[in-house]
Design a protein. Structure first.
Length: 251
């Protein structure tokens, strides 16, 4: 099987290649920009499978397909959560949310192997997906949460939450009054419920609310440290794989 990675973050591309090697998939080529990818596709046989990052250093990766008619199967690797995910499920094409989880990667590869692309024509409307990214569908997001405090139920408004975080297999909401409440949910389930304009998943452990960020500080290994206005129980670090998309989200 001929597999390539298109990802502008070279450390992320190398990590993905190592994870794929553990699944007995050898990556033949790693490309890092729209222009480089176009040139490569015009001069090489197309691969069986592409791991495709959406946001590259010189534009959206969909621009590749405006020039080249790519016939390969695609698994998206993306930091875009929420509104576009349904589009990525079309025609047995999968997506992986960064930072890429080992088990999710294994599941996506298994899905591809079971797909048998040689027996079906792969067809993706990249314009539809691009439009979803630029103009996400309006939808209702969760505005409040109900938590149990002793024998009482307490209502927490989403805009009061500085961050959601996981700890000891539990998911907590840290609010602007300095308290943390255990929720009956997971961070993965919250991905379907939180507004992407307000909340961003900076790592596997933390979602942060843009309205409660007090400071952003350069940190080791090209990462960022976030200081919230009230929550200070733990260091909040933007994972290196998400720094670029976090900066875009801030804009």
């Amino acid at each position: 099987m001929n597999v390539i990675i298109i990802e502008d973050e070279k450390p992320a591309a190398r990590r993905l290649a190592r994870l794929l090697a553990d699944l007995d998939l050898e990556v033949s080529t790693m490309l890092h920009s729209v222009d480089e990818s176009i040139e490569w596709f015009q001069n090489n046989p197309h691969p069986d499978l592409i791991f495709l990052d959406i946001q590259l250093s010189d534009g959206l990766s969909f621009e590749i397909f405006d020039v080249v008619d790519v016939k390969s199967a695609i698994i998206f690797t993306t930091a875009y959560d929420e509104y576009a995910l349904q589009a990525f499920k079309l025609n047995s094409i999968d997506y992986l949310l960064k930072p890429i989880d080992d088990e999710e990667l294994e599941s996506a590869v298994k899905k591809y192997r079971n797909f048998k692309p040689e027996s079906r024509k792969i067809s993706v409307d990249f314009n539809d997906i691009k439009n979803l990214l630029v103009n996400p569908l309006e939808r209702e997001y969760k505005k409040r949460f109900t938590v149990k405090v002793g024998q009482h139920l307490k209502i927490i408004n989403a805009d009061e939450v500085e961050c959601f975080y996981s700890e000891n297999k539990g998911t907590y909401a840290a609010t602007s009054d300095g308290r943390s409440y255990l929720l009956d949910t997971t961070l993965e389930q919250l991905e379907e419920e939180l507004s992407p304009k307000v909340f961003f998943r900076i790592s596997r452990k933390f979602y942060v609310n843009i309205n409660h960020i007090g400071d952003i500080i350069s940190y080791t290994n090209s990462r960022l440290q976030i200081k919230l206005k009230r929550f200070n129980e733990q260091e909040i670090i933007v994972s290196r794989e998400r720094v670029k998309d976090f900066k875009l989200w801030l804009e």
